[in-house]
Design a protein around this ligand. Structure first.
Ligand SMILES: NC(=O)c1ccc[n+]([C@@H]2O[C@H](COP(=O)([O-])OP(=O)(O)OC[C@H]3O[C@@H](n4cnc5c(N)ncnc54)[C@H](OP(=O)(O)O)[C@@H]3O)[C@@H](O)[C@H]2O)c1
Length: 329
């Protein structure tokens, strides 16, 4: 294919100085892979911002095109599973980390990273969810698989962010009582409107942190924060409580005692969306297309052009975003 296409490139101009450019590329410049996809939508996740600003734990070499999520249409594939014209989703694996990612009108990837778009979702809807949605879905699934029943009281942290908001919407959709924790006092009303039974300031979870256990008020939790937030959650779980941990917006450190585990039989479940098995991804996306079909509130979705992505990267790094940013290619 001769035609040129647009991609966002990040380059290291001098040590630890990074610059964004929109470049016109040829298909031949894309990395190896047996499946070429015309991207319709991508989305913005915290990891994209890290990749775009030189975090070597995420991306080792520059110039680079970030974007850990993409949804689009198969252009070419030698896989028996896909035909040109099929709508598909790709999230995680190495996409946008050390492999050319979704902030590009075309991507080329191995077919084993590609999922057929379930009936009932569009490429846009899939990217409203994106990696944040998959992570929220895995967290909800972690609670259900470990015996937590609808109607029980579940903590969700980072409730105005991507993973938190989608967890809140999904859990309340299937009948849980969601106790949302947020740092944004001006979003209490909004969080109640979208399904939270109660809303609290996240600092409350840091109170009495010198005590090993507190009153067990919650059956489960979806935590995106780690650090003292997660430590505070563990000591507030009732007997047999289940806590999922996917993030580190508070801190990657976790200082706790064993008491929640040995006196209350609490389970702490780790969540990873990047390398999660294909059958599990399929299961979660199927849920989002059927029994977990949720509508994200319109005001929680920001649509960005490729050119505007650097602006939103700056905002997500400063913690100024709420909800989800989708990128239209
Ligand atoms: N394990 C995985 O596979 C996986 C996948 C996706 C994301 N993640 C991780 O999950 C976390 C959330 O991702 P996201 O996409 O939802 O990010 P996001 O959209 O930026 O949302 C993060 C939210 O966390 C809250 N927050 C910010 N600083 C905090 C602090 N110091 N303590 C407690 N809460 C704080 C804020 O919400 P409030 O103001 O409402 O509290 C913020 O909106 C990140 O750490 C990300 O790396 C992990």
């Amino acid at each position: 294919m001769e035609q040129k296409f647009k991609a966002l490139r990040v380059d290291e101009t001098s040590k630890d100085q990074f610059e964004f450019r929109i470049e016109h590329k040829n298909i031949q410049e894309l990395p190896e892979g047996n499946t070429l996809i015309k991207v319709e939508y991508s989305s913005l996740n915290y990891k994209d911002a890290l990749s775009a600003t030189g975090n070597r734990g995420v991306t080792k070499a520059y110039p680079h095109t970030p974007g850990i999520d993409a949804a689009g249409i198969i252009e070419e594939s030698d896989s028996e599973q896909f035909q040109p014209g099929d709508p598909v989703i790709i999230t995680g694996y190495d996409l946008g980390m050390n492999t050319w990612g979704g902030y590009s009108e075309y991507i080329r990837v191995p077919d084993k990273w590609v999922l057929p778009l379930p009936k009932g979702l569009t490429t846009r809807k899939a990217m409203e969810l994106g990696t944040a949605g998959l992570t929220a879905g895995l967290s909800v699934s972690g609670l259900l698989e470990n015996g937590i029943k609808p109607n029980e009281r579940i903590i969700v942290t980072g409730a105005t962010g991507g993973v938190g908001m989608i967890s809140l919407l999904t859990l309340s959709h299937i009948g849980f009582k969601v106790i949302a924790f947020t740092g944004k006092e001006d979003h209490f009303e909004y969080l109640r409107k979208i399904g939270a039974s109660e809303v609290h300031l996240r600092d409350e979870l840091h109170e009495h942190n010198n005590k090993p256990l507190l009153k067990g008020e919650y059956a489960g939790a979806v935590d995106v924060a780690g650090g003292n937030t997660l430590a505070g959650i563990l000591k507030r779980m009732q007997y047999g409580g289940v806590v999922t941990s996917c993030g580190l917006v508070d801190s990657p450190k976790l200082e706790t005692t064993v008491f929640p585990f040995i006196l209350r039989s609490i389970r702490l479940i780790g969540i990873d969306s990047a390398e999660c098995r294909l059958h599990k991804r399929k299961e979660i996306w199927e849920h989002f297309a059927t029994d977990w079909k949720i509508e994200l509130p319109e005001q929680s979705i920001t649509e960005s052009t490729l050119e505007e992505v650097p602006h939103y990267i700056e905002k997500i790094l400063k913690g100024e975003l709420t909800g989800r940013v989708i990128v239209k290619l």
